[in-house]
Design a protein around this ligand. Structure first.
Ligand code: AMP
Length: 431
């Protein structure tokens, strides 16, 4: 019996990986243009970190987190999200003092034991960003601009950004009570999960996907009508600034988020064509979290995109030509063992100039090597046979023009000269 992968854990094969890399690169460029610096965070953290941040009543911690005892008995967890780790690192490194306004971004795998389906996996990747030290509405607006610009740069189709305010410590408790009271009055129509949420996390009653619960909650009180004055003016100013920046968002008073730490601005990014799992990203303000994890009182706002979903939402449509990614451009074809050494040396020199080079096996016949060149879509084949080696030169076959350029360069030439030689052959598409 073959050993297969674990349910919900998938392989990212070369074509998808190339697309993921390209989209991550596009996101990185936008993030850096907004002044964000990259950090790398560990995959394993103390379980307590997520309990104290994401929240012990959240689905993520309660039902989905991979947490286990280490050999020394410590409870550790595979990270289900990046914000808690980013905040921990920001505090632990002392950056809260050195860089009290900081913009940090990260990417990498996250782990949640959810029910796998299209666009939902147990290991998936996120690219996320955290903006520390600013509590003014312009910081929220800048973050929403960044979110919109990443979507545009990646080429996500049919994006919609839903924005809501979740209130703060001053106004949310009373709203929570009002919502729980409404839920209790309609408890007979709620699913089992929602009945549990009723006492533990009533906000989540609003985003249950169950049709019965949706109907029961249709007339539920909304946070937006219970905001205190500072939260209301913050929210209005965020919406005004975002509009002034030319970014369109949808005010959605029914949107809540699965994580406990959000306050005030919360948002979710939806894309077309993803079916049930249509959220490509989400985030919000989490002003209390830095202090809750032992740091100073400090405002913060952040978000994360799911990389697999960004990919699904930006895949070329059928009639769009596929972007020709990372194809081998030069195939070196050594004919016979004598050619193997010079061929390897030449391949290295070309690679050092950034050209993608594949080298064939010296034992194969030229015909087979040329067939392989066709298969991988090589633009040039550098043929090194006995004649070439004796002359210290190589034959370069232009696969597009279907002709040979004999003895175009000496094997002893330096890489720059080889590049110039290649460039002079055909259109400048080696890179
Ligand atoms: P969250 O941290 O729950 O706000 O998720 C942010 C984004 O990560 C979502 O909008 C999705 O794009 C992505 N995401 C979350 N959970 C999964 C999952 N199980 N599989 C794939 N992508 C996910």
């Amino acid at each position: 019996m073959n050993v297969t992968s674990i349910k919900g854990f998938r392989d990212v094969l070369p074509q998808e990986k190339a697309r993921q890399r390209a989209l991550l690169e596009a996101a990185r460029r936008v993030l850096e243009s907004y002044g964000y610096d990259e950090i790398e965070l560990p995959l394993l953290e103390k379980g307590e970190l997520f309990r104290r941040s994401v929240g012990s009543t959240s689905d993520i911690v309660e039902k989905e987190m991979y947490s286990f005892e280490d050999r020394d008995g410590a409870v550790i967890a595979l990270r289900p999200e990046g914000t808690a780790s980013a905040v921990r690192a920001y505090i632990e490194s002392g950056l809260t003092r050195a860089l009290p306004v900081a913009r940090l971004w990260y990417s990498g795998p996250m782990f949640r034991r959810e029910r796998p389906q299209k666009g939902r996996y147990r290991q998936f990747s996120q690219v996320g960003a955290e903006f520390f030290g600013r509590d003014d509405p312009a910081a929220d607006a800048e973050t929403l601009c960044l979110v919109a610009d990443i979507c545009a740069a990646v080429g996500v189709r049919g994006t919609r950004i839903d924005v809501n305010s979740l209130g703060d410590a001053a106004c949310r408790p009373a709203y929570r009570d009002a919502l729980a009271a409404y839920g209790r009055a309609h408890a007979s129509r709620l699913c089992d999960d929602c009945r549990t949420r009723l006492e533990r996390n009533p906000l989540r009653l609003l985003d249950c996907k169950n049709e019965g619960c949706k109907a029961a909650m249709a007339a539920a009180p909304l946070m937006i009508d219970h905001l205190c004055d500072p939260c209301r003016s913050h929210h209005n100013e965020v919406l005004r600034l975002v509009a002034a920046a030319g970014v369109s968002v949808c005010a959605n008073p029914r949107m809540v988020r699965g994580l406990d730490y959000y306050c005030r601005t919360a948002f979710e990014v939806m894309a077309e064509g993803l079916g049930a799992q249509d959220a490509v990203g989400g985030g919000g303000r989490y002003d209390g979290l830095v202090a809750a994890l032992g740091g100073p009182e400090m405002a913060a706002i952040g978000f994360a995109f799911g990389i697999e979903r960004l990919d699904l939402a930006s895949m070329p449509l059928q009639d769009e030509p596929e972007n020709p990614v990372a194809r081998a451009l030069v195939l070196i074809a050594p004919i016979g063992e004598i050619a193997a050494g010079p061929a390897l040396a030449l391949a290295r020199r070309l690679r050092q100039t950034g050209v993608r080079v594949e080298m064939e096996s010296p034992g194969r016949r030229l015909k087979a090597q040329m067939k392989h060149a066709d298969k991988i879509g090589a633009r040039f084949v550098v043929i090194l046979g006995d004649t070439e080696i004796a002359a210290g030169k190589a034959t370069v076959r232009d696969m597009q023009a279907q002709r040979d350029h004999a003895s175009l360069f000496d094997l002893v030439d330096d890489a720059a000269a080889i590049m110039t030689a290649l460039e002079s052959i055909g259109p400048n598409e080696q890179r």
